[in-house]
Design a binder for this molecule. Sequence first.
Ligand code: IMP
Ligand code: MG
Length: 179
Amino acid sequence: MHQDVERVLLSQQALSDRVGELGEQITRDYAGRQVAVASVLRGSYIFMADLTRAIQLPITVDFMAVSSYGSGTVSSGQVEIKKDLSDPIEGKDLLLVEDILDSGNTLYYLVDVLRARKPASIRICTLLDKPERRAKPIQADYVGFQIPDAFVVGYGLDYDERYRNLPYIGVLKPEVYGG
Ligand code: IMP
Ligand code: MG
Protein backbone atom coordinates (compact mmCIF):
# COMPACT_ATOMS: atom_id res chain seq x y z
CA MET A 1 0.00 0.00 0.00
CA HIS A 2 1.18 3.56 -0.73
CA GLN A 3 2.55 5.37 2.35
CA ASP A 4 0.12 8.29 1.88
CA VAL A 5 -2.90 5.99 1.89
CA GLU A 6 -4.65 5.37 5.21
CA ARG A 7 -6.64 2.33 4.06
CA VAL A 8 -7.76 0.58 0.91
CA LEU A 9 -11.48 1.25 0.41
CA LEU A 10 -11.97 -0.69 -2.85
CA SER A 11 -9.52 -3.34 -3.97
CA GLN A 12 -8.52 -3.99 -7.55
CA GLN A 13 -10.70 -7.11 -7.51
CA ALA A 14 -13.74 -5.32 -6.09
CA LEU A 15 -13.40 -2.61 -8.75
CA SER A 16 -13.04 -5.09 -11.57
CA ASP A 17 -16.06 -7.14 -10.42
CA ARG A 18 -18.31 -4.14 -10.05
CA VAL A 19 -17.27 -2.51 -13.33
CA GLY A 20 -18.09 -5.80 -15.06
CA GLU A 21 -21.56 -5.76 -13.49
CA LEU A 22 -22.16 -2.17 -14.57
CA GLY A 23 -21.15 -3.09 -18.12
CA GLU A 24 -23.61 -5.99 -18.15
CA GLN A 25 -26.41 -3.81 -16.81
CA ILE A 26 -25.75 -1.09 -19.41
CA THR A 27 -25.58 -3.73 -22.14
CA ARG A 28 -29.01 -5.02 -21.11
CA ASP A 29 -30.60 -1.59 -20.68
CA TYR A 30 -29.46 -0.29 -24.09
CA ALA A 31 -29.97 -3.55 -26.01
CA GLY A 32 -30.37 -2.92 -29.74
CA ARG A 33 -29.16 0.67 -29.51
CA GLN A 34 -25.91 2.47 -30.16
CA VAL A 35 -24.56 4.43 -27.21
CA ALA A 36 -22.48 7.59 -27.26
CA VAL A 37 -20.28 7.16 -24.19
CA ALA A 38 -18.60 10.35 -23.01
CA SER A 39 -16.44 10.83 -20.00
CA VAL A 40 -15.23 13.74 -17.99
CA LEU A 41 -11.44 13.94 -17.85
CA ARG A 42 -9.22 13.34 -16.14
CA GLY A 43 -10.46 11.37 -13.13
CA SER A 44 -12.60 8.93 -15.11
CA TYR A 45 -9.98 7.80 -17.63
CA ILE A 46 -9.33 4.38 -16.07
CA PHE A 47 -12.99 3.71 -15.27
CA MET A 48 -13.90 4.69 -18.84
CA ALA A 49 -11.34 2.29 -20.31
CA ASP A 50 -12.53 -0.61 -18.16
CA LEU A 51 -16.26 0.15 -18.40
CA THR A 52 -16.35 0.51 -22.19
CA ARG A 53 -14.65 -2.87 -22.55
CA ALA A 54 -17.41 -4.39 -20.42
CA ILE A 55 -20.19 -3.01 -22.66
CA GLN A 56 -21.17 -5.42 -25.44
CA LEU A 57 -22.85 -2.90 -27.75
CA PRO A 58 -21.81 -0.67 -30.64
CA ILE A 59 -20.53 2.47 -28.90
CA THR A 60 -18.64 5.63 -29.67
CA VAL A 61 -16.36 7.28 -27.12
CA ASP A 62 -15.73 10.95 -26.56
CA PHE A 63 -14.18 13.08 -23.85
CA MET A 64 -14.57 16.42 -22.23
CA ALA A 65 -12.68 18.23 -19.52
CA VAL A 66 -13.92 20.67 -16.92
CA SER A 67 -12.21 22.77 -14.30
CA SER A 68 -11.96 20.88 -11.03
CA TYR A 69 -10.61 21.27 -7.54
CA GLY A 70 -7.16 22.54 -8.40
CA SER A 71 -5.06 21.42 -5.47
CA GLY A 72 -7.82 21.59 -2.84
CA THR A 73 -10.31 18.96 -1.73
CA VAL A 74 -13.47 21.07 -1.75
CA SER A 75 -15.49 21.99 -4.85
CA SER A 76 -15.61 25.69 -5.72
CA GLY A 77 -19.09 25.43 -7.22
CA GLN A 78 -17.75 27.17 -10.32
CA VAL A 79 -17.53 24.89 -13.36
CA GLU A 80 -15.76 25.73 -16.59
CA ILE A 81 -15.49 23.61 -19.75
CA LYS A 82 -11.79 23.30 -20.61
CA LYS A 83 -12.28 20.85 -23.46
CA ASP A 84 -15.58 20.17 -25.16
CA LEU A 85 -16.81 16.94 -26.74
CA SER A 86 -15.42 16.41 -30.25
CA ASP A 87 -18.67 15.16 -31.80
CA PRO A 88 -22.27 16.41 -31.81
CA ILE A 89 -24.73 14.51 -29.59
CA GLU A 90 -28.03 15.60 -31.11
CA GLY A 91 -30.36 12.60 -31.38
CA LYS A 92 -27.86 10.29 -29.65
CA ASP A 93 -28.27 8.18 -26.51
CA LEU A 94 -25.62 9.79 -24.32
CA LEU A 95 -24.06 7.97 -21.40
CA LEU A 96 -21.99 10.37 -19.33
CA VAL A 97 -19.26 8.64 -17.33
CA GLU A 98 -17.85 10.24 -14.18
CA ASP A 99 -15.35 9.14 -11.55
CA ILE A 100 -17.20 10.53 -8.55
CA LEU A 101 -20.40 12.39 -7.79
CA ASP A 102 -19.62 14.57 -4.79
CA SER A 103 -21.30 17.98 -4.38
CA GLY A 104 -22.92 17.39 -7.77
CA ASN A 105 -21.86 20.83 -9.00
CA THR A 106 -19.94 19.47 -11.99
CA LEU A 107 -22.62 17.12 -13.31
CA TYR A 108 -25.50 19.44 -12.56
CA TYR A 109 -23.88 22.05 -14.75
CA LEU A 110 -22.81 19.60 -17.46
CA VAL A 111 -26.18 17.91 -17.82
CA ASP A 112 -27.75 21.33 -18.28
CA VAL A 113 -25.26 22.27 -21.00
CA LEU A 114 -25.53 18.91 -22.78
CA ARG A 115 -29.32 18.72 -22.63
CA ALA A 116 -29.47 21.93 -24.65
CA ARG A 117 -27.79 20.02 -27.52
CA LYS A 118 -30.87 17.78 -27.77
CA PRO A 119 -29.57 14.24 -27.31
CA ALA A 120 -32.30 11.55 -27.48
CA SER A 121 -31.45 10.66 -23.86
CA ILE A 122 -28.87 11.36 -21.17
CA ARG A 123 -27.90 8.97 -18.41
CA ILE A 124 -25.12 9.24 -15.87
CA CYS A 125 -22.81 6.46 -14.80
CA THR A 126 -20.56 7.26 -11.86
CA LEU A 127 -18.08 4.89 -10.30
CA LEU A 128 -18.36 6.49 -6.86
CA ASP A 129 -21.12 8.39 -5.15
CA LYS A 130 -20.85 10.41 -1.92
CA PRO A 131 -24.55 11.16 -1.35
CA GLU A 132 -23.92 12.89 2.00
CA ARG A 133 -22.06 15.69 0.26
CA ARG A 134 -24.66 16.59 -2.34
CA ALA A 135 -25.31 20.31 -2.82
CA LYS A 136 -27.26 20.05 -6.11
CA PRO A 137 -30.35 17.94 -6.89
CA ILE A 138 -28.73 15.36 -9.13
CA GLN A 139 -28.35 11.60 -9.01
CA ALA A 140 -26.70 8.99 -11.22
CA ASP A 141 -28.55 6.26 -13.13
CA TYR A 142 -25.68 3.83 -12.58
CA VAL A 143 -23.55 3.90 -9.42
CA GLY A 144 -20.56 1.64 -8.85
CA PHE A 145 -20.22 2.23 -5.11
CA GLN A 146 -21.70 4.57 -2.54
CA ILE A 147 -18.86 5.68 -0.30
CA PRO A 148 -18.59 7.64 2.94
CA ASP A 149 -17.42 11.24 3.05
CA ALA A 150 -13.65 10.74 2.88
CA PHE A 151 -11.18 11.98 0.30
CA VAL A 152 -10.17 9.07 -1.90
CA VAL A 153 -7.50 8.58 -4.55
CA GLY A 154 -6.46 5.97 -7.09
CA TYR A 155 -8.01 4.24 -10.13
CA GLY A 156 -7.93 7.62 -11.90
CA LEU A 157 -8.75 9.87 -8.94
CA ASP A 158 -6.14 12.34 -7.84
CA TYR A 159 -5.10 14.70 -5.14
CA ASP A 160 -3.13 17.55 -6.71
CA GLU A 161 -2.65 15.39 -9.86
CA ARG A 162 -1.00 12.57 -7.90
CA TYR A 163 -2.02 8.98 -7.09
CA ARG A 164 -4.13 8.47 -10.25
CA ASN A 165 -2.15 5.34 -11.13
CA LEU A 166 -2.82 3.44 -7.90
CA PRO A 167 -4.67 0.28 -9.00
CA TYR A 168 -7.07 0.43 -6.01
CA ILE A 169 -9.11 3.22 -4.39
CA GLY A 170 -7.76 4.30 -1.05
CA VAL A 171 -8.54 6.90 1.59
CA LEU A 172 -5.84 9.56 1.57
CA LYS A 173 -4.21 10.32 4.93
CA PRO A 174 -5.62 13.70 6.04
CA GLU A 175 -2.12 14.98 6.88
CA VAL A 176 -1.27 14.78 3.16
CA TYR A 177 -3.78 17.52 2.36
CA GLY A 178 -3.47 19.30 5.68
CA GLY A 179 -6.82 18.00 6.95
P1 IMP B 1 -18.48 17.62 -7.59
O1 IMP B 1 -18.63 18.69 -8.64
O2 IMP B 1 -18.31 18.18 -6.21
O3 IMP B 1 -19.55 16.56 -7.65
O4 IMP B 1 -17.07 16.97 -7.81
C1 IMP B 1 -16.77 16.14 -8.83
C2 IMP B 1 -15.27 16.11 -9.04
O5 IMP B 1 -14.56 16.41 -7.84
C3 IMP B 1 -14.83 14.73 -9.42
O6 IMP B 1 -14.91 14.54 -10.82
C4 IMP B 1 -13.42 14.68 -8.87
O7 IMP B 1 -12.51 15.17 -9.82
C5 IMP B 1 -13.42 15.59 -7.68
N1 IMP B 1 -13.55 14.83 -6.39
C6 IMP B 1 -14.59 14.84 -5.53
N2 IMP B 1 -14.37 14.05 -4.47
C7 IMP B 1 -13.14 13.51 -4.67
C8 IMP B 1 -12.35 12.57 -3.92
O8 IMP B 1 -12.70 12.05 -2.84
N3 IMP B 1 -11.13 12.27 -4.46
C9 IMP B 1 -10.68 12.80 -5.64
N4 IMP B 1 -11.39 13.65 -6.38
C10 IMP B 1 -12.62 14.01 -5.90
MG1 MG C 1 -9.61 15.85 -9.51
